[in-house]
Design a protein around this ligand. Structure first.
Ligand code: CA
Length: 229
């Protein structure tokens, strides 16, 4: 059974999350204090940790830092309020694997949990592959059909984000929040420009490969990586 630790001090959110995870058959342990959460993480085995940032006892950012310092590699999804977006970025630097901004839909949380659990099962390496597309996390090199390029930090982060969950559609807003750490309300095309750059690096235009390239635009929404057959 999948064991999940939830560290969240708001009882309403905790109840909502616990109920949703249990209905998926997950075994959930709940702590409402950062210090207690860390102690539980250190003493019991979990498959996944859901970690709030603003917590009594110890903030989530310090909990994850202590975890990683102790070499506890359990994947962590941070649950953040919008006002805590800069803390979220800090969370990534300290070793979080994903984040979800509150308020969120249960379907979204479950999907992120499953994506992360899958990823952890089949990739403990530094290489992510989806079909013919391969990403080397150490040297930020991406390869597709014999072409191989080094990506910029943003291009790399964006591509890794999509490749972690093949088949999942991500909105431009989600991608912007994850890759740039900012919550744009204005119309901007930075996501599209970045995707174009990735495509340009890998696609041989003479062979007319655009439709075969696995990054797919979903009209009016955003992007996804096609699942490999
Ligand atoms: Ca909180």
């Amino acid at each position: 059974m999948t064991r999940v630790l939830l560290v969240e001090d708001e009882q309403k959110i905790a109840d909502f999350v616990i109920q949703g995870l249990q209905s998926e058959g997950f075994d959930v342990v709940h702590e409402c204090d950062g210090l207690m959460g860390l102690e539980t993480i250190c003493n019991k085995e979990f498959d996944l940790v859901l970690l709030d940032i603003m917590l009594p006892g110890k903030p989530g950012t310090e909990v994850i830092q202590s975890m990683r310092e102790k070499e506890i590699k359990t994947p962590v999804i941070m649950l953040t309020a919008k006002s805590e977006l800069s803390d979220k970025l800090l969370g990534f630097q300290l070793g979080a694997d994903d984040y979800l901004a509150k308020p969120f839909f249960m379907e979204e949380l479950i999907a992120r949990c499953k994506a992360l659990l899958n990823r952890n099962q089949n990739t403990n390496t530094d290489i992510i592959s989806v079909g013919e597309l391969t990403l080397d996390k150490i040297i930020r090199r991406v390869s597709w059909r014999g072409r191989s390029m080094i990506l910029s930090q943003r291009e790399f982060t964006l591509l890794e984000y999509l490749m972690r969950s093949p088949g999942n559609v991500f909105s431009r807003q989600q991608i912007m929040q994850f890759v740039w750490g900012i919550d744009f309300n204005t119309q901007t095309n930075i996501v599209d420009v970045c995707i174009q750059r990735i495509r340009r690096k890998l696609i041989n235009t003479e062979k007319n490969e655009l439709n075969e390239f696995p990054i797919e635009s979903i009209r009016g929404i955003g992007y996804k990586i096609r699942k490999s057959d």
